[in-house]
Ligand binder design. Structure first.
Ligand SMILES: Nc1ncnc2c1ncn2[C@@H]1O[C@H](COP(=O)(O)OP(=O)(O)OP(=O)(O)O)[C@@H](O)[C@H]1O
Length: 224
């Protein structure tokens, strides 16, 4: 099957079980939004998909199993994860951060400069700050850089954990507009954790509600 297919995913931290059998699907080029209260397990779900926490059950991207692999191996299978912390390298410049992002793909040396330019078409403000250390950018700019860096890996699946957290409404809708454009032009499947329901549903092809480690397909619910 092409796309992401998750069945009966269980994950947690040590003895603490957080996800209790999650089923989720993301078709080709789809944006999937995860909604739900604090502590529901949304971040843990993304972590399980990128290998940052161990998971049981099944998760496959384009038919290739993800669970049980190390994070770097999952990255090379085309999964990029932008965590809430972002993960940009503060002392490195904007351009250096982007070039580091290319290391996560199988042929890092090909087309790197073209890809840097491509990231700048989505986030022009980054081009304006090309030579600046990432640590001197604003919070919103660092968020854009983190997404840009993830794009450098040419991911098939991009996991975005609260990309608009802390942004003013205007900046939030601009970033969602850019995320939508990336999805349209790159064909990247996206799973986005978001607390602003209205903003999320504007870009989502599918939406799930995560509650206490269980999941409900909101689109299916609406049909009922
Ligand atoms: N590293 C960890 N060690 C132990 N427990 C953790 C760890 N990270 C998260 N948890 C717990 O797992 C549960 C789910 O957390 P998670 O961060 O996945 O929720 P979330 O839905 O993303 O919440 P939020 O919307 O607040 O970010 C919570 O009870 C949390 O305290």
């Amino acid at each position: 099957m092409s796309g992401l297919d998750v069945r009966g995913l269980r994950a947690g931290y040590g003895a603490a079980r957080v996800l209790h059998g999650v089923d989720l699907a993301a078709g080709d080029n789809e944006i999937v939004v995860l909604l739900g209260p604090n502590g529901a397990g949304k971040t843990t779900l993304l972590r399980a998909l990128s290998g940052l926490v161990g998971g049981r059950g099944a998760a496959a991207l384009d038919g290739v199993a993800l669970l049980g692999r190390a994070p770097d191996e999952i990255a090379r299978l085309g999964v990029a994860h932008v965590t809430q912390e972002g993960g940009t390298f503060g002392p490195l410049t904007v351009e250096e951060n982007l070039r580091v992002g290319a290391q996560a793909r199988p042929w890092p040396r090909r087309g790197v400069s073209e890809d840097v330019s491509r990231v700048f078409t989505y986030f022009p403000v980054l081009q304006a700050h090309l030579g600046r250390p990432a640590g001197t950018l604003s919070g919103g700019e660092q968020r854009m850089l983190a997404i840009g860096r993830a794009l450098m890996a040419r991911p098939r699946l991009l996991l975005l954990d609260e990309p608009t957290r802390g942004l003013a409404p205007q900046a939030r809708s601009r970033l969602f507009g850019t995320i939508h454009a990336i999805n349209r032009h790159e064909g990247t499947i996206m799973i986005i954790v978001e607390h602003n329901v209205a903003a999320a549903l504007e870009v989502a092809h599918r939406a799930y509600l995560v509650e206490s480690g269980r999941i409900a397909d909101l689109r299916a619910r609406r049909r009922w």
